[in-house]
Design a protein around this ligand. Structure first.
Ligand code: TSJ
Length: 362
């Protein structure tokens, strides 16, 4: 694990509500690092909000532009960030989103969310770490705009015209005094993560456009979601059977998707995600998957008399030889595990994955 990735999360960090100045003072605390990785992380923080809008069922298209000056524009065709007055803050909701540090990153309950993700931050942190940020919202026939510089509001939210579409557009230029290593975006890095986000959100179309020099464009749109992810991972391999298995289900507030296919190699390639965040060190959801796979394969082998009564069970490792699998769970209260900062799922995730995979495999 890289050093820069080691951030300790405690109750203090989760509860606080402080000004954006705190973010600029200790940016690493909020985005993990100010290296190239942190620079790219800003984009994911913004895109995550559009993905939430897609998960809520209101958005099916996201575009990400790398502009000639290495600023980033993210657009979606969702409902648009609410512009009405937030009475508690005394300003429009959109201004609250960009200027108030939301410790948990989550507001407005209900449903699964991926924002406030890995580093639990959000749009206000991106705003604080940008030289400038502009938001445009199309909603109810009107177009609204606001601009911030280093997190400071430049003018009250204004109506700038009419619109017959809906959606949100955010453009920001990362602050070079914060991102001292580089402020140049890598098309390849963004492409890899945006492709992964598209695999994990079936039906959502994500396009990445590089407007620097020779224009490059890449669109990711997978109606099959993680089933197409497995197909993609196995494309240069020889599958042991044609079908890619795919199950989805929901249990105890855990939404589970599993897809897998064996190939003729000896390698196990199992990738697991909690709320779209990769969990390379596993977690309860992965334990649930392994349990159910071992049990159902052995039960089947016994029933089909492929295993004699005198023979021992197949081991989990035997069954996972050549296995390519994606396990994706969405939960409402992901837990962090210590300093490795993996999202490990919650106590329900193991049982949910286990029972959904077992049910569908048997
Ligand atoms: F976070 C952000 F501000 F940076 C951002 C948010 C950036 C981008 C590109 C998009 C979004 C965003 C937010 N897209 N869609 C939304 N939706 C809402 O904020 C929204 C809209 C309507 C309602 C409602 O209950 O009517 C609730 C929400 C949270």
């Amino acid at each position: 694990m890289e050093k820069e990735n080691e951030v300790v999360y405690g109750a203090d960090q989760i509860q606080i509500l402080e000004g954006l100045a705190a973010v600029r003072k200790r940016p690493g605390m909020y985005i993990g690092s100010t290296s190239e990785r942190g620079l790219h992380h800003l984009v994911y923080e913004i895109v995550d909000n559009s993905i939430d809008e897609a998960l809520a069922g209101y958005c099916d298209e996201i575009e990400v532009f790398i502009n000639p000056d290495n600023s980033i524009t993210v657009t979606d065709n969702g409902r648009g960030i609410p512009v009405g007055l937030n009475h508690k803050a005394g300003k429009p909701a959109v201004e609250v989103v960009f200027t108030v540090l939301h410790a948990g990153g989550k507001f407005g309950g209900g449903g699964y969310k991926v924002s406030g993700g890995l580093h639990g931050v959000g749009a206000s942190v991106v705003n604080a770490l940008s030289n400038w940020l502009e938001v445009e919202i199309c909603q109810d026939g009107k177009r609204y705009k606001q601009r911030y510089e280093k997190g400071n509001t430049m003018y009250p939210l204004k109506e700038i015209g009419t619109s017959d579409s809906r959606g949100t557009k955010v453009t920001f230029l990362p602050d070079e005094t914060i991102f001292t290593e580089t402020t140049v975006y890598e098309f390849k890095i963004l492409k890899k993560r945006l492709r992964e986000m598209a695999f994990l959100t079936k039906g959502l179309k994500i396009t990445l456009i590089d407007e620097r020099g020779e224009r490059q464009e890449k669109t990711f749109h997978y109606e099959g979601g993680i089933k197409e992810f497995v197909s993609y991972l196995n494309k240069s391999k020889t599958p042991l059977y044609e079908n890619i298995l795919y199950f989805e289900g929901q249990k105890n507030n855990v939404y589970v998707e599993v897809s897998f296919q064996h190939n003729d190699s000896f390698n196990e390639s199992v990738f697991s995600f909690v709320n779209n965040i990769n969990t390379p060190e596993g977690g309860t959801h992965l334990q649930g998957f392994r349990n159910s796979l071992t049990k159902t394969f052995n039960d089947y082998a016994r029933n089909a008399k492929l295993l004699k009564d005198s023979e021992p069970n197949l081991s989990g490792e035997d069954i996972r030889e050549g296995l390519t699998a994606i396990i994706s769970v969405k939960i409402e209260d992901p837990q962090f595990e210590g300093q490795t900062k993996q999202k490990l799922g919650n106590s329900e995730a193991r049982g949910a994955v286990d029972s959904i995979v077992s049910e569908q495999l048997t």
